[in-house]
Design a protein around this ligand. Structure first.
Ligand code: SF4
Length: 306
């Protein structure tokens, strides 16, 4: 399955995910906070991981039964711009539905003219910028050795000047890594060179991820840093979009959510309007069938797909 959800997303409301990567995580970075956990071997090679026809036929199937979503979001099990058929898939989606298309990306490949061009028909692009300096970039994003920080930044700036739709830039703050004023001023300096940024979204670690030492930043601190980034900056608030109201197959629904990221019972409860006892019962069965497993992080229990 390459189409998953819909899931309630803090940034995009009710979002139907499209995974262009497939079963094994593939990324050009190995971020310390990654909710998909460690990248075994960062890769910079663009390839076709998932057949275009397969994705489009799954999407058509979903849309024939349900149109109640805010976004079709291209993301998935790693970095979607590594998928060579990214542009083709965006164009095909635009032909079959008027639902807006969002692309979540770490932004590294925006240095590639071809990738910038492939993204031109997306309605929103959500790139990341977690560091204003090369030192912090290496610490937090742990890029493939062939990735050059200055080239990445230039690509981000170039993309922002050409792309006609919305750009929502995410800054992920990690305690004692990039949560200081100096780094934030360096990030701001880069942002000031960009055009068409509609939102700067400040985020922090809320779930279990690649490294245990990647800890969240307090709200007080985020508020201080937000001031440096200016009026377009916002701290990503809790989900405000539509809720999932119809659940035919609860286990399938839970799996599609935990496949995206580790979630707590409370988060599942917020996303699925079903009695918590029923959710617990289904979680127990999924654990028993070894479809999911539990992780403990910051004194909370998270469920994750195998
Ligand atoms: S957070 Fe995104 S960019 Fe970073 S390693 Fe995970 S998938 Fe890759």
């Amino acid at each position: 399955m390459f189409v998953f959800g819909p899931v309630a997303s803090r940034r995009l409301g009710l979002s139907l995910g499209i995974d262009l990567i497939g079963k094994t995580k593939i990324c050009n970075l190995n971020c310390i906070y990654c909710e998909l956990f460690k990248t075994k071997k960062p890769s910079i090679k663009r390839e076709i991981f998932v057949k275009t026809e397969k994705v489009i036929s799954e999407l058509k199937n979903f849309l024939s039964k349900n149109q109640e979503i805010d976004f079709i979001t291209i993301s998935g099990n790693g970095e979607p711009t590594l998928a060579l058929n990214l542009g083709k898939i965006i164009n095909k989606i635009k032909k079959i539905t008027s639902i807006k298309v969002a692309v979540l990306t770490n932004g590294i490949l925006l240095s590639d003219k071809k990738v910038r061009n492939e993204l031109k028909n997306a309605d929103v692009v959500l790139p990341s910028l977690d560091a204003g300096t090369k030192e912090t970039f290496l610490k937090i994003n742990r890029a493939h050795p062939k990735i050059n920080f200055d080239k990445f930044i230039n690509g981000l700036i170039k993309f922002s000047k050409k792309y006609k739709e919305k750009i929502w830039l995410e800054v992920m703050y990690v305690k004692n890594i990039n949560d200081n004023e100096k780094e934030t001023y360096a990030i701001k300096k880069i942002i000031d060179k960009m055009k068409n940024i509609e939102k700067i979204q400040l985020n922090t670690v809320v779930r279990a991820g690649a490294e245990k030492y990647a800890k969240p930043v307090s709200l007080v601190k985020l508020k201080k840093l937000k001031k440096i980034l200016g009026p377009k900056a916002e701290i990503i608030a809790n989900f405000k979009g539509k809720k999932i109201t119809q659940i035919n197959d609860l286990k399938k629904q839970i799996l599609s959510i935990v496949r995206l990221r580790p979630v707590t019972l409370n988060e599942l409860k917020k996303e699925i309007k079903v009695n918590i006892i029923i959710i617990k019962k289904n979680l127990t069965e999924l654990l028993r069938d070894k479809k999911i497993y539990k992780i403990s992080h910051n004194k909370e229990i998270f469920f994750k797909a195998k």
